[in-house]
Design a protein around this ligand. Structure first.
Ligand code: B1M
Length: 211
């Protein structure tokens, strides 16, 4: 089994204690950090989701897989870093109210930071007003990103974008949205400036919007 496959298996089976060593071994063996992230880690979480949907695993197993992935990403983070932090300005990000998923949002934050932004991470279950408060408290911030992972929190994302627009913040910030159920059509409908399907594309788009 390849090192990347071992990482994927460890995440799928929630081997929290093994992941740190496996990621270090893969890096030492010369595996590409982006390949470890995309194939080993994100791919594994996709399989976890499919098993959950098929009732083969339940919430506790999903939780431990998520914990394993987070720990693996911590080891990988320095190897994914790019431009100097903060050079491109500030980027506010959060997962919308009612939604506790943060792995995707954290990856977007990581890539955005790697692209040279100072990231202000509001966390998960973030009320629309908190996004607005943070934008107003950081007048030098030019881009804000909101993430939603559940079809049931798409409305919350819609409300977040609306709250930012209604508060008059559109003259200050561009709004980016993303998450598994989000589409370009949804982004257009709610009035967001950009939708990107993954973290890498989000970083490229953030640079474009900030310049
Ligand atoms: Co949940 N969950 N979950 N879950 N969970 C999903 C999302 C689900 C698809 C699983 C399934 O049924 N197949 C399903 C949603 C179904 C739906 O809405 N249609 C689901 C469900 C139902 C639930 C609960 C309701 C389960 C329950 O309690 N009965 C519950 C809801 C809790 C809540 O939020 N209120 C729940 C809970 C959980 C855990 C807490 C156990 C755990 C989350 C732990 C954590 O995040 N700290 C969890 C997990 C791990 C998952 C799956 C398995 C994995 C999510 C993930 O991390 N994916 C997920 C199934 C799946 O995704 N296949 C599932 C990997 C991550 C890298 O991808 O988040 O999509 P993703 O992020 C991508 C892109 O979407 C994009 O870039 C990222 C990286 O490239 N992106 C952006 C994300 N944000 C972006 C922002 C941008 C741009 C791009 O710009 C700003």
């Amino acid at each position: 089994m390849s090192k990347i496959q071992e990482i994927a298996t460890a995440i799928e089976s929630g081997k929290v204690k093994l992941i740190e060593g496996l990621v270090k071994e893969a890096l030492e063996a010369g595996e590409d950090p982006n390949e470890i992230l995309n194939t080993g880690m994100i791919g594994a979480m996709g399989n976890v989701g499919a098993k959950f949907q098929a009732n083969e695993i339940f919430v506790p197993e999903m939780l431990v897989a998520a914990k394993t992935m987070k720990k693996g990403v911590e080891i990988l983070k320095p190897h994914l870093a790019g431009d100097s932090v903060g050079a491109k300005g500030k980027y506010i990000i959060g997962t919308v109210q009612g939604d506790l998923h943060d792995i995707g949002k954290n990856l977007v934050a990581l890539m955005i930071e790697s692209a040279g932004f100072e990231v202000i991470d509001l966390g998960v279950d973030v009320p629309a007003e908190k996004f607005v408060e943070s934008i107003k408290a950081n007048p030098d911030c030019k881009v804000v990103g909101a993430s939603a992972l559940l079809t049931t929190t798409m409305d919350s994302l819609k409300n977040t974008v609306k709250a930012i627009i209604d508060a008059g913040c559109k003259s200050q910030v561009k709004i980016m949205v993303g998450g598994a159920p989000i589409t370009q059509a949804f982004a257009d409908e709610v009035g967001a400036d950009a939708y990107t399907p993954d973290a890498g594309a989000a970083a490229v788009k953030a640079v474009e919007l900030a310049s």
